[in-house]
Design a protein. Structure first.
Length: 182
């Protein structure tokens, strides 16, 4: 069961900043997907993503003004390699990886149905930094699979088995481990 969220309510899904899949829409209508680890929360409703200016994701965000940040569980780790490979914009990585699309809630860009959660973002501004641009967007809503929602409105990262890349570009990820109380 998918549970829908309004506005910044979906920001709770990114609290631990797990490795994400960003879906964007090419002008041809093809859905593009890339893997992203370098992103951070900037305010209660904004996230910035360091995005290579050579990526299709970057071009699509600029031309469509929207994108979806999807959070995969560990069972999709093998698919990330396909999504991160150089595939021309005329082909959809989502199809290549054998994943399926879920229609956008408030955006034209779909999310990835097999993911744990997804947030829809409206692009606000770009900060140029070398070969990357920091792409800042505002969260307008999203969804989470109900069984993975914790009592604080965030992902239950242990149940959902979200992953974090720790040796990029090597395709190695860690799972949430011990909790340290501070
Ligand atoms: C684990 C992992 C993390 C990555 N993180 C980023 C990132 O934060 N920013 C970025 O620009 N590319 C990152 N990449 C590389 C992109 O996924 C890759 O360049 C991809 O081709 C972009 O897809 P696109 O051209 O379809 O947009 C990452 C790749 C992997 C495997």
């Amino acid at each position: 069961m998918y549970r829908e969220a309004n506005g910044r309510e979906a920001m709770g899904y990114f609290a631990t900043k797990p490795t994400a899949i960003i879906t964007t829409l090419h002008d041809s209508g093809i859905v593009n997907a890339g893997v992203f680890g370098a992103y951070t929360n900037l305010s209660p409703s904004q996230i910035g993503v360091a995005t290579s200016v050579k990526s299709d994701t970057y071009n699509n965000i600029l031309s469509r003004g929207e994108y979806v940040i999807n959070i995969p569980g560990a069972e999709l780790a093998g698919k990330l390699r396909i999504l991160a490979s150089r595939i021309p914009p005329s082909k959809s990585e989502v199809e290549e990886a054998g994943l399926s699309l879920k229609e956008g809630l408030g955006l034209s860009t779909p999310s990835i149905a097999e993911c744990v959660a997804a947030g829809e973002f409206r692009f606000e501004r770009e900060v140029e930094v070398g070969q990357h641009s920091f792409m800042i967007g505002r969260c307008e809503g999203g969804w989470i699979k109900e069984r993975y929602l914790d009592k604080d409105g965030k992902i239950d990262i242990f149940k959902a088995k979200v992953i974090k890349d720790f040796k990029y570009p090597a395709p190695l990820y860690v799972l949430p481990g011990e909790v340290v109380e501070g």
